[in-house]
Design a binder for this molecule. Sequence first.
Ligand SMILES: Cc1cc2nc3c(=O)[nH]c(=O)nc-3n(C[C@H](O)[C@H](O)[C@H](O)COP(=O)(O)OP(=O)(O)OC[C@H]3O[C@@H](n4cnc5c(N)ncnc54)[C@H](O)[C@@H]3O)c2cc1C
Length: 485
Amino acid sequence: MNKKVIIIGSGFSSLSASCYLAQEGFKVEVYEKNSTVGGRARQLQRDGFTFDIGPSWYWMPDIFDRFFADFGKKTSDYYQLDKLSPAYKIFFSDDTMTIGDSLEKICTEFERVERGSSDPLLKFMGKARENYEIAINNIVLRPGLSPFELVTKDTVLRVDQFFKTISGEVRKNFKNAKLVSALEFPVLFLGAKPSKTPSFYSFMNFADFGLGTWHPKGGMYEIIKAMRQLAESLGVRIFTESPVEKIRVADGKVQGIRSGGTDIDGDIVLSGADYHHSESLLDEPYRQYSETYWDNKTFAPSSLLFYIGFKTKISEVAHHNLFFDTDFERHAQEIYDTPQWPSNPLFYANFPSKTDDGMAPEGAEAGFFLVPIAPGLEDTPELRDQYFDLIMQRFEKITGQEIRSQIFFKESFCVNDFVSEYNSYKGNAYGMANTLMQTAFLRPGLRSKKVKNLYFTGQLTVPGPGVPPSLISGKLVSQLIAKQK
Ligand SMILES: Cc1cc2nc3c(=O)[nH]c(=O)nc-3n(C[C@H](O)[C@H](O)[C@H](O)COP(=O)(O)OP(=O)(O)OC[C@H]3O[C@@H](n4cnc5c(N)ncnc54)[C@H](O)[C@@H]3O)c2cc1C
C-alpha cells in the first residue's frame, strides 16, 4: 500500500512538496489552518480591488518554469506572464531612477546618473550571471545535509566571495550612492543587511537586471491557484480550516497529527509551517532547537503593510516603486542591530493596476505599501496610524500629488497578524535570513534529527526565503522522503 504523507500548511513549499510526493506515488493530505491556501501568498479582494497580501515580485521565471516542467506543464498552461517595462522605479530625495526591462536600458540609466558607470556594471553583471548559474543550477539544489555539498570546483574557485560582502563588492566598483542603493536592493530579499550578505549572492543582481521582473496576470495568487490545481490533479487532498495542534510521536517515530481534536495517522509528516512553530507542536524531548537557538538567529524583517483602494489613478508611479529617499543605514540598524520602530524608513509601494486592469475597477488604483520593520516589535493601531501618515506624507511630497483624499478604503497587516495568521516566529515576514552562518547545512534541517519520518520545508529551512527558494525547498524535501519509499 502507498505510504501516506501528511503535510502541515499550504504555502509555496508545502504545495510544491505535495505535487512532487503525489507524483512519486505517495498518498498526500495537506492540512491548512486558514480558510484559503497559499500561506503568506494569500489574496485580498474587496469592492472590485485585488491585492496580493504577501509576495508581489515575480523574479527568476526559470525556477517557476522548471517547477511546472517537472510535471509536464508550462506556466502558460495556468497563467499569463508579462515582463514589466519598466521593471520598477526608485525614488530618491532629488531624483528618480527607472529600471528598464533590459540590461541595455539599465546601462543607459546608470550612465545618466553617473557617466562611465555602465562599464563596471557590465563587469559586475558578468560575475553575477556566473554566480546565478552556479547557485541555481547546482548549490541551491542540494539538501543541506553536509558542508561538503558546498565544495564544488566552481565554489572553490570563488571561495573568497563567501567571505567578502555584497556591500563591499558593490562599493568597490561604484561610488555613487544611488547606484550603490540600486545594486544593494536585490539582496534585501535574502533578509539580511548587504553588509552581512556574502558577495556570492550577487546572483540576485542577475535575477533583477538580467532576468527581469514579471507579473502573472491577476497577481501572484494565480501561481497558488495553478499549484493547487496541479496538486489536486495529482490526487492531493487539501483540507482548509484545519489547524494542526500536535505532531504525534511514539518511540521516536512519527505517528501522524492531531487536528480539530481528531488523531489522523500518517507514515510521514512534513511541516511547511514556520519551523519554530512546527517544533512547538512536538513534545519537548523531540524538539531539535532550543528557544536560545532561535533567539540568536538573524530573522528576515517583519513588515507593516497597507492595502489601499484609491478612487482615482495615481500618477508618476510604476507597478513597483522603491522609496529610497532616506538613510538606509539607519533603517537597517533599526531592523537588525537595535530593533525598534524606524525613525524614517525606506518603503515599497506596489500598484498592480498600473499594468493589469483587472486588479482595480476602471479609473481606480490598487495600492499596496510595505514598510520593513524588525520582527517582534510592539504592534498597536496607534503605531500603524502614525506610520501610515508618515509614508503618505513622504509619498505625496516626492511624487507631487495629494492622495489621501482619494482613499476609498484601507486595510493594514503587521506583526500581530503574521503571528495570528501564520504562526510566524516573532511575526517575521519572510523567514530566516541567508547570511554566511545561516546558509545551506547551517540552516535548520529538512529532516528531523530526533524523530523518524518527520520532515520540514519552507523559508526557515533550505535553501531560504522567497517564493523561488520555497518551490525548491518542496522539491528537495520530497527527494529526501522519496529515498525512503
Ligand atoms: C509581505 C511579504 C512580501 C513578500 N514579497 C516577496 C516577493 O515579492 N517575492 C518573493 O519571492 N517572496 C516574497 N516574500 C516571501 C515569500 O512570500 C515567502 O518566502 C514564501 O511565501 C514562504 O512560503 P512557505 O511555504 O515557506 O510558508 P508560508 O507561506 O508561511 O506557509 C505556511 C503555511 O502554514 C500554515 N500553518 C501555520 N501553522 C499551522 C498549523 N498549526 N496547522 C496548519 N497550518 C498551519 C500557515 O497558515 C501558512 O499557510 C514576501 C513575504 C511577505 C510576507
